[in-house]
Design a binder for this molecule. Structure first.
Ligand SMILES: Nc1nc2c(ncn2[C@@H]2O[C@H](COP(=O)(O)OP(=O)(O)OP(=O)(O)O)[C@@H](O)[C@H]2O)c(=O)[nH]1
Ligand SMILES: [Mg+2]
Length: 364
């Protein structure tokens, strides 16, 4: 039976009035602005209203509090004046920083990893996807509990919830651990069933669309296959792989699968968790890396995708790069001549993309 008290906070973020906080360490390799814009798009995707943003420039994040102590009090006052109900912190928080910050700003604090998990929790549709997200959320909560000090351990807890001599923290840990084992077992069942389905003989070539989130992978699949997979102007609209056949002249076709989008520093647990997608990628004969040519941030996004593909040992597959949204990319396309420039919206370049697809997959 599901332990309701451990159900993910669905959704702490949705319907909140969020004050966004970021520390800018002015690292020239990681300019803050695109990351902040992406963070706020994630917040919007999970339903939050952003009331303001506070950015503090410092050489390093404060190890005890993230921001300076004066800044923390300023944030508390500002949050109160704006009626904020949530603090959204761009930088990932160590448990100690979270605990200290909570003492000064009396609001729930959600960091980037939790925000991504929240969007995933709201968008997961398949049973496997839902189990995977809950597992990742609990793992994240577990790693935060472990860091917390003993002073939390005597709080809360009702009659009968605690074994002899057990602290609240120990009870929480035990229940989380228990729920994690249950989820792992259920996931194994779902995966076994999927493996059986996949075991059918397949000689049909498979191409996977990969790319940063929101670049237009689902739109491109729809355009290629004349289908209607979910398209939305928000990160992580697609979480479960969607497969379609794309037909060519003379009865030839390839299967094309649309996958979950990548993002910089995707939480490790989520990379591992989205096994259904990863299995499709493993099976793929070739990859199409879709890039959003209209987004000035495309080079950073492209790099993040390349890094993830390498981490997943997928970088040796035949690969095409397709610059999408060329209709919106302005007069000066950002890519080099000779690269594929397409628009899922207008259909420009789709025929050329199809020809290129045929060239990178093996003959049937
Ligand atoms: N202008 C323009 N917009 C596009 C094009 N292709 C997709 N879009 C828009 O980009 C947004 C994201 O499209 P999706 O197809 O959902 O992108 P995705 O890569 O599947 O996104 P996730 O599944 O969320 O990772 C939507 O608002 C689309 O309408 C294009 O060729 N040109
Ligand atoms: Mg999609």
């Amino acid at each position: 039976m599901a332990d309701r008290t451990l159900a993910p906070d669905r959704s702490e973020v949705g319907a909140s009035r969020a004050l966004v906080v970021a520390v800018d360490t002015q690292d020239p390799r990681r300019p803050l602005e695109p990351e902040l814009a992406e963070f706020e798009a994630l917040a919007a995707a999970s339903g939050a209203t952003i009331v303001d943003r506070v950015v503090q420039r410092r050489d390093h994040v404060d190890p005890a509090l993230l921001v300076g102590s004066g800044k923390a009090h300023e944030i508390a006052d500002h949050a109160k004046a704006l009626d904020a109900t949530l603090l959204l912190v761009l930088n990932d928080l160590r448990p100690r920083q979270r605990k200290n910050l909570e003492k000064i700003v009396p609001l729930p604090i959600v960091d980037r990893t939790m925000l991504i998990l929240d969007v995933f929790a709201q968008h997961a549709r398949s049973r496997e996807g839902k189990l995977q997200v809950e597992l990742a959320q609990l793992r994240y909560r577990q790693s935060n509990l472990i860091g917390m000090g003993a002073d939390l351990s005597r709080l809360g807890g009702g009659i009968g919830t605690r074994g002899p001599g057990e602290t609240k923290l120990e009870v929480d840990r035990r229940r989380i651990q228990h729920r994690i084992s249950v989820l792992n077992r259920q996931l194994e069942d779902v995966r076994r069933q999927r493996a059986t389905r996949r075991a059918a003989p397949r000689h049909e070539p498979l191409v996977a669309l990969v790319g940063y989130t929101n670049v237009g992978k689902s739109s491109l699949l729809n355009r290629l296959a004349k289908s209607d997979a979910l398209v939305a102007d928000q990160p992580f609209a697609t979480l479960d792989p969607t497969m379609r056949r794309v037909w060519f002249k003379g009865d030839r076709y390839v299967r094309v699968v649309d996958t979950v989008g990548f993002i910089t520093d995707l939480p490790k647990d989520l990379v591992n968790a989205f096994r259904a997608t990863l299995e499709e990628l493993d099976d793929a004969d070739a990859l199409v890396h879709v890039v959003d040519a209209s987004n000035p941030d495309w080079p950073r996004q492209m790099q993040a995708v390349d890094a993830t593909l390498e981490e997943l040992s997928l970088d040796d597959k035949p690969r095409l790069i397709a610059f999408n949204k060329c209709d919106a990319a302005g007069a000066e396309p950002p890519h080099e001549a000779g690269e594929l420039c397409v628009s899922a919206r207008t259909g420009t370049g789709i025929d050329i993309l199809k020809e290129a697809l045929l060239r990178i997959v093996p003959e049937p």
